[in-house]
Design a protein around this ligand. Structure first.
Ligand SMILES: Nc1ncnc2c1ncn2[C@@H]1O[C@H](COP(=O)(O)OP(=O)(O)OP(=O)(O)O)[C@@H](O)[C@H]1O
Ligand SMILES: CC(C)(CO)[C@@H](O)C(=O)NCCC(=O)O
Length: 307
């Protein structure tokens, strides 16, 4: 991993000892709300990894707020509260949205006066109709399948303090952007932006998503493990789809199970794995922090950018 020379590597026990002054406020039952589908979040990992991380983020946010004030002062401007944006990157199915939801729950608990919002860049995917029109239906998730201009304009509005911003909504169940549905982002103090492309350099734009993020996290694991998680999630999606003919996975759910798994493996090896290798993994060394997971999603290492 020569691309990671600029990182300090911490094994979990060492990272845990950096800060343990607070304890996990959640029971296993209430953690369920942050679980994407079928698996279990480890409460021990929340205590050992996320509690120090939340503390680190609180220090970073204080530092950020102070710098905004110093800057306003220098520019003879009235100070304005600028939202802090956290980016979360990583492969399809590595657990970005689960990590993002966990951070949201913990920040809501530990920073009760801060308004925390969460968006996924999947909302900025082109719709299936638009992907078809562009002839890139089999490239969903690749850089060209996202409307990066609109995503960057959105982040710019958040930073500028626009009061009510609407974001399109993507559904895994429908496998498309849902027409006539939007998410409202209302003056967050902290915005978490989760998506495979949060550290990417879009070929079509001169401005990057990372120009707007103040702290970035890459969720990392071996591709063989991620494939396993992808297939497990696929299976969970099939179960959900069984009762719902409108669900994208309904045909798979009601058809031959082996064929369905074969199709999912094919999607992984022809779309999501190449996307990881060509476009997502190369962005890892731009993250401020890398969370590395092993079997069962258990975190084994935390890498922090030195400079
Ligand atoms: N910390 C965790 N502990 C246990 N299970 C997890 C954890 N993180 C993710 N999972 C499981 O792994 C699968 C993928 O997670 P998730 O949906 O969060 O991934 P993602 O990176 O957001 O994927 P996508 O890019 O496709 O939206 C899900 O089945 C989820 O339940
Ligand atoms: C929506 C994305 C791109 C990212 O979350 C991904 O989950 C996806 O749908 N990729 C396309 C191939 C697949 O079905 O996995």
């Amino acid at each position: 991993m020569t691309d990671l020379i600029n990182y300090d590597v911490f094994e979990k026990p060492q990272w845990r000892d950096f800060y343990q002054a607070a304890s996990v406020p959640l029971t296993q039952a209430s953690l369920k709300q942050v679980q994407a589908f079928n698996d279990r979040i480890s409460l021990q990992d929340v205590q050992d990894v996320y509690i120090p991380l939340i503390h680190l983020l609180s220090l970073k946010i204080k530092d950020f707020d102070r710098w905004q004030d110093v800057k306003s002062d220098f520019l003879h401007k009235k100070p304005r509260h600028v939202p802090f944006i956290i980016g979360i990157a990583g492969s399809v199915a590595v657990g970005k949205s689960t990590t993002a939801r966990l951070l949201e729950v913990l920040m809501n608990h530990f920073f009760p006066t801060q308004r925390v919002e969460l968006v996924t860049t999947d909302g900025f995917l082109y719709s299936t109709a638009e992907l078809k029109k562009r002839g890139i239906l089999d490239r969903k998730g690749f850089p060209e399948s996202y409307d990066m201009k609109t995503l960057i304009a959105f982040l710019n509005k958040v930073k500028a303090g626009v009061s009510d911003i609407t974001v399109p909504v993507y559904s895994h169940k429908v496998y498309d952007i849902i027409p006539d549905q939007v998410q409202h982002i209302i003056k967050p103090d902290i915005l978490i932006v989760e998506g495979i492309n949060t550290l990417q350099l879009p070929s079509t734009e001169q401005v990057y998503v990372s120009d707007f993020t103040d702290f970035s996290i890459y969720v990392d694991a071996k591709p063989e493990l991620i494939e396993k998680w992808f297939l497990e999630r696929f299976d969970a999606l099939l179960k959900l789809a069984l009762q719902d003919p409108d669900n994208y996975y309904y045909e798979y759910a009601t058809g031959n199970h082996e064929d369905a798994i074969k199709a999912a493996k094919q999607t992984w090896s022809s779309i999501d794995l190449p996307n990881l290798q060509e476009f997502i993994l190369p962005t890892r060394n731009r993250a401020d922090l890398i969370i590395h997971k092993g079997p069962h999603h258990i975190i084994d290492q935390i890498l922090m950018r030195k400079y």
